[in-house]
Design a protein around this ligand. Structure first.
Ligand SMILES: O=C[C@H](O)[C@H](O)COP(=O)(O)O
Ligand SMILES: C=C(OP(=O)(O)O)C(=O)O
Length: 368
C-alpha cells in the first residue's frame, strides 16, 4: 500500500466490507474507471473509488462470486483484480468462528476429532488379509488408537503396484473395526465404489491424488459419512479448502482435513511435510486438521518425530501406518511403524499436549 500516495483513500476501502479490489493501470483513463464501476453496479455491487497520484484503485462490495464472473481483468485500463474475501464460504472461519468437532462412528464407538482433543488414527496402509488387518487393528487399539485406518482401494502410481483387495478388503476392515471396537476410515478412489464403502466404513477418505476430483468429492459428501480429505501433494492450502467446500456445498460439513506432505525439490523424504499448513488451515477454516506423517515422509524413522511436531504445531490428531510385519507389507512397508514404535508415539500423544501448554482434555488421549 505504500506505493499509493493517498493511504487515506485506501484504508477506508478495506474497512467497508470490500470483497475485491480492482487496481487500474497507471495510464487508465476516467472512462476506464467508469466502465469498471458501471459493470460492477449493473451486477448489483457497490464501488469505492480511490484516486491516487499514479494509480486508481476500486474497492468492490457485494457478491464476490458474481464479481468474479464479470471478468473485470479483461477491461481496458485494468492492471489487476484481487479477491479480499475467501474463495470458500461454508468451511471458512470468517463465517463460522468456532472451530468444529467432527464425530466418527456411532454409539459407544463414537470418536471426536477437533479442538480440545488429540485423536490417534492408526492401521495398515492397505488391507492385505484378514489376519494382517486384525493383527494391525489389535496393535493400534492396544497402543491407544481410537480410529482404525486402512485402504481397500489404493490409488497407486504404478499400474503394477498392489491396488488393494477392493470390496473384500472393505469387509475385512469392517470386521477388524468391530472386533477391536474402533470406527474405520478407508479411502475411496472411484465414485462408483462410494455406496459400498459408505455401507462398511464409518468415515470415507479422499486421497491426495483425488483431492480435486469434484465428482468423487460430491459422491462422498452425499453419503453423509464424515470425510477425511487429504491435501493434494501439489495443492495450496486454498485449493485444499476449496475441495472441502465442494463437500460442504452438498450439505456435509463433517470434514476433517489431513496434511500429508507436498511435493518440493527436496528428495530426502517422499514429500515434504508442510506442518505450517496446520495452523494456517485452522486459522482459515473451522474444520479439524490432522497430519499423516507416514505418507508425508515415507520413512518409519521420521514418523514419531513428525508426530511430535504435529502435536506441537496444534494438529487435532495424527494418522499413522502400523503393520504387524512391515518388512512383508504389500504397500509402503518402509513407512509402517512396528507396534513398539506406535506405543512410543502414543506416549507422546498422552504427554506432549499438556507439556506444550495445549488445553486438550486428557480423558480424550489414547489410553494404554
Ligand atoms: O498410500 C497411498 C497411495 O497409494 C500412495 O500415496 C501412492 O503411492 P505409490 O506412489 O507408492 O503408489
Ligand atoms: C494418505 C494416503 O494416501 P495419499 O498418498 O493418497 O495421501 C493413504 O493411503 O492413507
Amino acid at each position: 500500500m505504500t506505493s499509493f500516495p493517498d493511504p487515506d483513500g485506501v484504508v477506508p476501502l478495506l474497512r467497508r466490507g470490500t470483497v475485491m479490489v480492482v487496481v487500474m493501470a497507471p495510464g487508465a483513463t476516467p472512462e476506464d474507471v467508469a466502465r469498471v464501476v458501471a459493470r460492477v453496479e449493473a451486477a448489483g455491487g457497490e464501488t469505492f473509488v480511490s484516486t491516487g497520484v499514479s494509480r486508481t484503485i476500486i474497492g468492490l462490495v457485494g457478491d464476490v462470486d458474481a464479481f468474479w464472473q464479470l471478468d473485470l481483468r479483461a477491461l481496458p485500463g485494468v492492471a489487476a483484480v484481487h479477491r479480499i474475501s475467501d474463495p470458500y464460504k461454508l468451511v471458512s472461519r470468517q463465517h463460522h468462528p468456532e472451530r468444529s468437532t467432527v464425530w466418527v462412528g456411532s454409539g459407544e464407538r463414537r470418536v471426536p476429532l477437533g479442538p480440545g482433543r488429540f485423536t490417534l488414527i492408526a492401521g495398515p496402509c492397505a488391507v492385505e488379509s484378514a489376519e494382517q488387518a486384525l493383527e494391525a487393528a489389535h496393535i493400534a487399539r492396544s497402543a491407544g488408537a481410537s480410529l482404525l485406518r486402512a485402504g481397500a482401494w489404493k490409488q497407486r502410481t504404478s499400474p503394477y503396484a498392489f491396488p488393494g483387495l477392493g470390496v473384500t478388503g472393505l469387509e475385512i476392515l469392517a470386521r477388524a473395526g468391530e472386533a477391536t471396537g474402533m470406527p474405520v476410515v478407508t479411502e475411496v478412489v472411484d465414485p462408483r465404489d462410494v455406496p459400498v464403502a459408505a455401507e462398511h466404513a464409518d468415515m470415507l477418505q479422499v486421497g491426495s491424488a483425488s483431492m480435486a476430483s469434484v465428482g468423487l468429492l460430491q459422491a462422498v459428501a452425499e453419503t453423509g459419512r464424515p470425510v477425511l480429505l487429504e491435501r493434494g501433494h501439489t495443492a495450496t492450502v486454498e485449493e485444499w479448502l476449496m475441495a472441502a467446500e465442494h463437500i460442504a456445498q452438498r450439505g456435509n460439513l463433517d470434514i476433517v482435513l489431513c496434511e500429508r506432505g507436498i511435493r518440493t525439490f527436496e528428495p530426502t523424504t517422499r514429500t515434504t511435510p508442510d506442518l505450517v499448513a496446520v495452523p494456517v488451515a485452522q486459522a482459515a477454516s473451522h474444520l479439524p486438521v490432522v497430519v499423516d506423517p507416514s505418507h508425508a515422509a515415507g520413512r518409519r524413522d521420521l514418523v514419531v518425530p513428525l508426530a511430535r511436531a504435529a502435536i506441537a504445531v496444534g494438529a487435532d490428531g495424527v494418522a499413522v501406518d502400523v503393520h504387524p510385519h512391515p518388512e512383508d507389507a504389500l504397500c509402503h512397508g518402509p513407512q509402517a511403524l512396528h507396534g513398539a514404535e506406535l506405543r512410543e508415539l502414543a506416549r507422546a500423544v498422552r504427554r506432549l499436549p499438556a507439556a506444550l501448554g495445549r488445553q486438550d482434555t486428557p480423558a480424550a488421549y489414547p489410553r494404554s
